[in-house]
Structure formats: structure tokens, C-alpha cells
Design a protein around this ligand. Structure first.
Ligand SMILES: NC(=O)C1=CN([C@@H]2O[C@H](COP(=O)(O)OP(=O)(O)OC[C@H]3O[C@@H](n4cnc5c(N)ncnc54)[C@H](OP(=O)(O)O)[C@@H]3O)[C@@H](O)[C@H]2O)C=CC1
Ligand SMILES: Cc1cn([C@H]2C[C@H](O)[C@@H](COP(=O)(O)OP(=O)(O)O[C@H]3O[C@@H](C)C(=O)[C@@H](O)[C@H]3O)O2)c(=O)[nH]c1=O
Length: 284
């Protein structure tokens, strides 16, 4: 099967390029070959590659910048995935699409399940929700995988920012009132590959029974402050972490106070590591 992977230069796309190898012939493309802000180009590339599966790991992920560029964020996060899904329908192809914990407003007391009603509180979350809805509405075999707080040793992310700042400063001031689960990019890619291997074995009936929306995050939960403390502890860095509130760290976009994802639906199909274990493996 031909697989078209977008966002190959991103954190998740980088890991997917390896994880998807056993599943088919992967055409991995970055922004230079397919710019999601150019919807005609998105159509043209899909029509020339003619994939049996589209895995869309490209996205506008600059949460704060999205507040001042809502039209561009919407084109990349909502309109381009819609075009992909409509092209997939014409080809009879399936699609894997990624979304975010930031579709939720964070006011729930416990972990969010797939049936909880989203209510984004920032532009990024709103445009990602619109992308989910467009893919789901296209009537194709699809997986929408909502993940959270993605980090890895590749790309721009919170882990690498903390490792850099911890070398430069004696103390880091980090918010302690946002709750979530840091998720290694490799966890996302490996879980995707497990699902797709099962889909290949199961065929049409697998998609009918198991397709749709999943929460895909690490086990456990913490805060950005707790995540930073674990990074510093595991790397044995001599840097002090000072807990602060979100109000002490004003940013253009609001973040949900709680975006912990309940991943039980996915855990019935594949195992997901605890965030501390995944962090240790990643740092190795
Ligand atoms: N990062 C996170 O914390 C989380 C991410 N997600 C979701 O997971 C998915 C993967 O994200 P992740 O890998 O972490 O994100 P990254 O920001 O690491 O990668 C995003 C990729 O999208 C590409 N991209 C951005 N704009 C365009 C464009 N106009 N045309 C083509 N490509 C573009 C980037 O290209 P370039 O390298 O050229 O900029 C990059 O390769 C996304 O759907 C994201 O919303 C969900 C929850 C958390
Ligand atoms: C760098 C830094 C950040 N912070 C705070 C700011 C913010 O509230 C919180 C998170 O930092 P960031 O802005 O890097 O993370 P953010 O961009 O909010 O991360 C989000 O990205 C998108 C793509 C997602 O889909 C989400 O799941 C989530 O991972 O940490 C500090 O408190 N101290 C610091 O020194």
C-alpha cells in the first residue's frame, strides 16, 4: 500500500517515517513538497501520489502565534485536512489525522474521554477541532488521534527548551496549575503503527468496528512544573524549579487548566507507557 505522510519534518512525522516503514511504501513529504496553506497544492500532490492511506502529521502548532494568525491556522489545521479527506474519499483511501488535548476547555474535574464535548479556549484548539470535524464528516475510513504535550529529542518542544534553559539558568519559573500528560513523539508514532497493522489485518470490518476518535497520551498526569522537575532530576541537572501560576506567566493564548486524556479506548488495543517511563527512555 502507498502511504502519504505529511509533516515529515515535525516531531511526530519524524518518528512516523520510521514506524510506518513495515506497513507499506511511504512517501514522506515536508513543507517544501506540500504546503498545507496552498489547498490546490495539497490536492495536486495527493492526486499524483494516489495513496491508499494518508497520515497527516503536519499542523500549525504555534499556540500563541495562532491568536494573531487565525486564518492561516484555520487553513492549515482545518481546511487542508478537509481537502485531504475529500481527496481520500475519491481515491477510496483511509486517513490518520492528529489532534490535541487543547480542544477541551479544561474545566472537567477528571480525565477527558472521547465522548466529552470539546470547547476550545484558544484559536489553535478551535482550528484543530474544525479539522477533526472535517475528517470525521468525509465518510472515509479514518483515525483521529488526539494527543497531548508532545516532546522528543527532535524538533521544537518543551523538553528541549527546558534542557537548554537549565544549562543557562540557576532557576526556572514554571507554571504548576495546568494538568496534562507529556507524551513522547515516539509513543504517538508507535501506537499509530500498531493500530494500522491491526487495520491491515482486519480490513474493512476493522475500520467499521475500530475506526474513529481515540485519545493517545501517556499514562499518569502531571503539571508543566512536575514535568520540568522530572527532566531535571532524570538528567541530574543543578537547576532549581520555582512553581508559578499561569497568571504569573502571561501569554497571548489561554491554556486549559486540565487537559488529561483518558486513553482507555486505545489501551484496549495497544499499551501506552507512563509519562515518567517514556521520559526516561527518551532521555536515554
Ligand atoms: N506538539 C504538541 O505538543 C502536540 C501536537 N499535537 C498534534 O500532533 C500533530 C503533530 O504535531 P508535532 O509533530 O508535535 O508538531 P511539530 O510542530 O513538531 O510539526 C508540525 C509539522 O507541520 C509542518 N507544517 C507547519 N505548517 C505547514 C504548512 N503550511 N505546510 C506543510 N507543513 C507544515 C511543520 O513544518 P516545518 O518543520 O517546515 O515548520 C512540521 O513539520 C499535529 O496535528 C499537532 O496538532 C497534539 C497535541 C500536542
Ligand atoms: C518556557 C516556559 C513555559 N512556561 C509555561 C507556558 C505555558 O503555560 C506552558 C507550556 O509551554 P508551551 O507554551 O511551550 O507549550 P504549549 O505551546 O502550550 O504546548 C501545547 O502545544 C500544542 C501544539 C498542543 O497541542 C498541546 O498539547 C501542548 O503541548 O509552560 C513556563 O511556565 N515557564 C517557561 O520557562
Amino acid at each position: 500500500m502507498k502511504i502519504l505522510l505529511t509533516g515529515a519534518g515535525g516531531q511526530v512525522g519524524y518518528e512516523l517515517e520510521r514506524s510506518l516503514q513495515g506497513l507499506g511504501q511511504v512517501t514522506a513529504v515536508g513543507r517544501a513538497r506540500i504546503d498545507l496553506s496552498d489547498l490546490d497544492q495539497v490536492r495536486d500532490v495527493i492526486r499524483s501520489v494516489r495513496p491508499g492511506l494518508i497520515v497527516n502529521a503536519a499542523a500549525y502548532t504555534a499556540v500563541d502565534k495562532a491568536e494573531s494568525e487565525p486564518a492561516l491556522a484555520r487553513r492549515i489545521n482545518a481546511e487542508a485536512p478537509e481537502v485531504m479527506a475529500l481527496e481520500a474519499r475519491k481515491l477510496g483511501a483511509a486517513m490518520v489525522h492528529y489532534s490535541t488535548d487543547y480542544v477541551f476547555d479544561g474545566r472537567k474535574a477528571g480525565a477527558y474521554v472521547e465522548t466529552d464535548v470539546p470547547n476550545p479556549i484558544n484559536v489553535y484548539g478551535q482550528t484543530k477541532l474544525e479539522g477533526e470535524q472535517a475528517v470525521a464528516a468525509a465518510g472515509i475510513d479514518h483515525l483521529i488521534l488526539r494527543t497531548s504535550w508532545v516532546y522528543g529529542m527532535h524538533g521544537k518542544n518543551f523538553l528541549l527548551t527546558m534542557l537548554r534553559l537549565a544549562q543557562q539558568r540557576d532557576a526556572l519559573r514554571i507554571v504548576c496549575d495546568q494538568h496534562g500528560a507529556p507524551t513522547w513523539s515516539r509513543t504517538v508514532a508507535d501506537a499509530t503503527a500498531v493500530l494500522l497493522a491491526r487495520a491491515q489485518e482486519g480490513g474493512d470490518s476493522w475500520w467499521k468496528q475500530h475506526g474513529g476518535l481515540y485519545h493517545l497520551g501517556s499514562g499518569g498526569q502531571t503539571t508543566w512544573c512536575g514535568f520540568t522537575e522530572a527532566i531535571i532530576e532524570q538528567r541530574q541537572l543543578a537547576c532549581h524549579v520555582v512553581p508559578i501560576t499561569s497568571a504569573d506567566y502571561p501569554l497571548p493564548a489561554r491554556r486549559p487548566e486540565n487537559s488529561v486524556l483518558d486513553c482507555a479506548r486505545l489501551q484496549a488495543l495497544c499499551s501506552l507507557p507512563h509519562w515518567r517511563d517514556a521520559l526516561a527512555l527518551c532521555l536515554k
